[in-house]
Design a protein around this ligand. Structure first.
Ligand code: SF4
Length: 402
């Protein structure tokens, strides 16, 4: 059994998380130099991009786009700040955006305003002539950072040693993971899931084998398994810093769900106390949270669902309804602006964006567009052919379940 014990490392993305949290006000973008002054470790840009005002950025982005025409498509994830998403040709969750990119073969350049794993997924799904660009190369995801491929490969090897003669284990990874983990799932009979279809994918996985390794978000895995009727006693957490993930061989053999010890630093900020406070303030409020929140929060809420579900439910809700929402603040603010006849607010009174999504400042968008207009491709995201092939298998298994 090959067990390497590593020292726990807090992802830099997680350390930076509070850098832009505020207790009041919105979060208007400042010139990039001011945002960098809080000592974040973002990609370095040529000096002039640090000082452009919002008006200069806006004018130059429009000029660059005009020059590039249909050769470029800008995709914007729902968690992007307003000053960036306003330039997006399409808005959506990570998977929807990747599919959108793939359906636009005329766009040679896909500028993905999101985070690294999303750009990788777009790269897997797009045609070979399309190039995917991430405006700020340091825009990662703290959850994806919690499952480095080396740790996952070690865990997989250990799990085979314990379980291969006891019914095996099926690897399922949430979309929010690096391409190499998706490829590992593809190679070993597993699949990818999103927060919209995690239940369906888990049902499929339990038709393939006795138990599931769920990566990298323990909360989505636990909340989804509970919905399917799997009791907590049949779930264990895999801590990558401990031998056998901190479990005995017997515990692993008894488990139906092995949950990777990862989480989203945005969605785990929500608490049951915040739900109680919202209900005390508005007795008729509906509490709606994302399933990346903890089990306690999901169970205390009235409803839970993916980003697309949250958008749909609130957009279609009757005028006058009240919503306390447990998801990323940029999306909640946008829902509130677009639904002025409803009361919509974030469960967390501290305005705290996803720190990695926030790394896409409009100056980065301008920089990649001006480079493209000058005939240079910068920050291209690529996925090796073998990884792409195997990850595509895991994605296709998910798509076949629709
Ligand atoms: S919201 Fe959470 S899961 Fe999504 S990109 Fe940010 S850190 Fe990652």
């Amino acid at each position: 059994m090959a067990i390497r014990v590593r020292q726990p490392v807090v992802p830099i993305t997680e350390i930076e998380h509070a850098a832009f949290c505020k207790t009041e006000d919105q979060l208007p973008a400042k010139p990039l130099a001011e945002e960098l002054s809080v000592n974040v470790r973002w990609q370095h840009l040529p000096e002039q991009y640090l000082h452009y005002t919002a008006e200069e950025l806006d004018r130059r982005i429009h000029q660059a786009r005009q020059k590039l025409g249909k050769s470029v498509t800008i995709l914007g994830h729902h968690y992007q700040r307003e000053e960036v998403i306003k330039y997006a040709d399409f808005q959506g969750d990570s998977f929807l955006l990747s599919q959108e990119a793939a359906s636009r073969p005329e766009a040679r350049y896909i500028v993905f305003c999101g985070v690294h794993f999303m750009a990788e997924t777009a790269c897997i799904l797009c045609a070979p002539h399309q190039q995917v660009i991430l405006p700020n190369i340091t825009a990662g995801c703290s959850m994806a950072d919690m499952a480095p491929i080396e740790d996952v490969e070690d865990a997989w090897e250990d799990l085979q040693g314990v379980l291969s003669s006891h019914g095996g284990i099926v690897p399922i990874t949430y979309m929010n993971s690096v391409a190499r983990i998706k490829a590992l799932c593809g190679r070993h009979g597993g699949a990818v899931c999103t927060s919209s279809n995690a239940g369906k994918v888990l049902e499929w996985a339990f038709q393939q084998g006795q138990r599931v390794l769920f990566l990298p978000d323990q909360h989505l895995g636990r909340n989804t398994a509970l919905k399917l009727g799997i009791p907590l006693e049949q779930m264990v957490v895999w801590n990558p810093f401990r031998p056998l993930g901190g479990n005995t061989p017997e515990q692993l053999r008894q488990a139906k769900m092995v949950l990777w010890q990862g989480h989203c630093s945005v969605h785990t900020r929500f608490t049951v106390k915040q739900i109680e406070a919202a209900r005390a303030r508005y007795p008729d409020v509906t509490v709606l949270v994302h399933p990346e929140c903890t089990m306690e929060v999901v169970q205390a809420a009235d409803q839970n669902g993916s980003t697309e579900y949250i958008r749909k439910v609130i957009n279609e809700a009757p005028a006058g309804s009240k919503w306390a929402v447990g998801t990323e603040i940029s999306l909640v603010n946008r829902l509130a602006i677009n639904n002025p006849d409803k009361t919509i607010f974030c469960l967390d009174p501290v305005i705290c964006p996803c720190s990695t999504m926030y790394r896409i400042h409009p100056a980065y968008l301008l920089w990649v567009l001006e480079e493209l207009a000058a005939g240079r491709v910068v920050n291209q995201i690529t996925v090796p052919a073998d990884v792409r092939r195997d990850a595509q298998v895991a994605l296709d298994r998910m798509l076949a379940l629709r």
